[in-house]
Design a protein around this ligand. Structure first.
Ligand code: BG6
Length: 461
């Protein structure tokens, strides 16, 4: 019970999906500003946005203008923590600027001050599917080592500026997305001759950037805790056919390979073997190896939306999911977007990570995307309540079993632009935002039934 109380229970947002304020206050164009609406995973193109296109993140849900009122609502909800991100392009508009944008820094001072005043702990991600588009234009993606210098400068600025306000930092959102949806995290492999090599070089450079950020955080903000994040959806074998089991094992191993380096400070042997066997030549200096080892994360954060199933049979139907899908699990229901709902999976996710790493964990995203309807001035989202009730119950069980969960921040506080599709129709919020896929609406906030459910949950915890 004590451990459960030690866990911060909160909500999550991301700058790129909620803030808007496109080019306001000196902000540069970030890659999220360049994402059009597209039902399917849409991280398919390079920036920049076309003049007349509809790019929903440019407006987001106007957290930039509304943050004070939104934080008042969070206080009313009674959360311990808000996990959100700062916009890299708001602070370094081009990414490779020498000086930061003071207006951007002042904005996040205000956001943190409001949060602290409301008794809400800020948990800040440095880059959540968001980075200056200019970096792409000039240096391509993370496979270029110049990105490391730019990111480290940005990180140093944040730790120097906010060391009195922010006690929890996350270097990257879902780093392993680099393997499945590379463009979303700034990995521009499409133009590379050897795509596989470019991808892993980019991952390595991100890991070095992560290590540099950890070193800088320890220098400027020694009392803060710093971690990084992956998306972990445990993969189950479809049958006890050893081939299915092996396939599930392969996928889980690959999925956690980046977390292995974050936590252990060195590459897992299966990955080194893969590099050798597939002639993937990574530029990795001895100095970088040392940096990885000396700067390991204090905690590991993960998102959890669904589990996956692996099968070697061609005949199984497909299911969608966060990062990658699998075959359909006949025991589970799914959302309209085909993400299968598996509350026990979140407990398995926590067990897997804790058994493997033995360091504190955060669930920084967990929630249900659904089409909510406003009826008689309210939103009766019983399906979301059922989702959250079942998932939080499993998180509590994992904590009782001994897993060290230091935060659970549900996705999301407000409805915001879907990261993968740019839709507003795919809503995750406890608070409805009146905005549609065509960009029409008043942006008025309306508490859903799930808001009151979570408020009650937080009171009782
Ligand atoms: C996670 C991302 O992968 O999934 C979030 O970190 C995202 O930014 C969430 O919003 C849900 O995905 P989507 O595509 O439904 O918004």
């Amino acid at each position: 019970m004590d451990r459960e109380r030690k866990c911060m229970w909160g909500v999550a947002l991301s700058a790129g999906q909620s803030e808007g304020g496109y080019q306001k206050g000196g902000k540069g164009i970030s890659i999220s500003d360049c994402i059009p609406i597209e039902r399917d995973r849409c991280f398919k193109r390079y920036p920049l946005p076309e003049k007349d296109g509809h790019y929903p993140c440019q407006r987001g849900v106007e957290f930039y203008e509304n943050y004070a009122d939104d934080i008042r609502l969070m206080k009313e909800l009674g959360v311990d923590a808000l996990r959100t991100s700062f916009s890299w392009a708001r602070i370094y508009p081009q990414g490779d600027d020498v000086q930061p944008n003071e207006e951007g820094l002042a904005f996040y001072d205000d956001v943190c001050d409001e949060l602290i005043l409301a008794g809400i702990e800020p948990i800040i991600t440095l880059s959540h599917l968001e980075m200056p588009a200019h970096l792409f234009e000039k240096y391509d993606g993370w496979q270029n080592k110049n990105w490391i210098t730019c990111y480290a400068r940005y990180a140093e600025t944040l730790f120097q500026r906010y060391h009195k306000k922010v006690k929890y930092w996350i270097t990257f959102n879902e780093m392993n997305m680099a393997l499945y949806l590379p463009l979303a995290v700034g990995v521009g492999v499409d133009r590379a001759e050897n795509k596989e090599e470019a991808k892993w070089q980019a991952v390595h450079n991100m890991l070095v950037a992560n290590a540099k950020a950890i070193a800088l955080c320890r220098k400027y903000s020694p009392h803060a805790r710093i971690g990084s994040m992956v998306a972990y959806s445990p993969v189950y074998p479809k049958s006890c056919n050893p081939r299915d089991v092996l396939k599930a094992n392969d996928l889980n191993r690959e999925n956690l390979a980046i977390a292995d380096v974050l936590v252990r400070g060195c590459y897992p042997s299966f990955l080194l073997h893969k590099f050798q066997a597939e002639q993937i030549g990574i530029q990795m200096t001895e100095m970088e190896r040392k940096e990885l080892y000396n700067n390991r994360v204090d905690f590991l954060a993960t998102s959890y939306y669904n589990s996956n199933v692996a099968s070697t049979s061609e005949e199984d139907g497909k299911a969608a999911g966060n990062l990658f899908g699998g075959v359909r699990n006949p025991y589970l229901e799914e959302t309209e977007w085909g993400w299968q709902i598996d509350p026990i999976g979140i407990r398995i996710c926590l067990r897997d990570l804790y058994d493997r790493y033995q360091i504190p964990l955060m669930i920084t995203e967990n929630g249900m995307g659904a089409r909510d309807a406003v009826e008689d001035g309210g939103i009766t989202d019983d399906y979301r309540i059922a989702y959250l009730a079942a998932h939080t119950a499993e998180v509590k069980k994992a904590i009782e079993e001994g897993v060290d969960v230091i935060a659970y921040t549900m996705w999301s506080f407000l409805d915001q632009v879907s990261a993968s599709s740019g839709e507003m129709a795919k809503r995750y919020g406890l608070v409805y935002v009146d905005l549609d896929d065509a960009g029409k609406g008043t942006l008025k906030r309306l508490k859903k039934k799930s808001f009151f459910w979570y408020q009650d949950f937080l009171r009782k915890k």
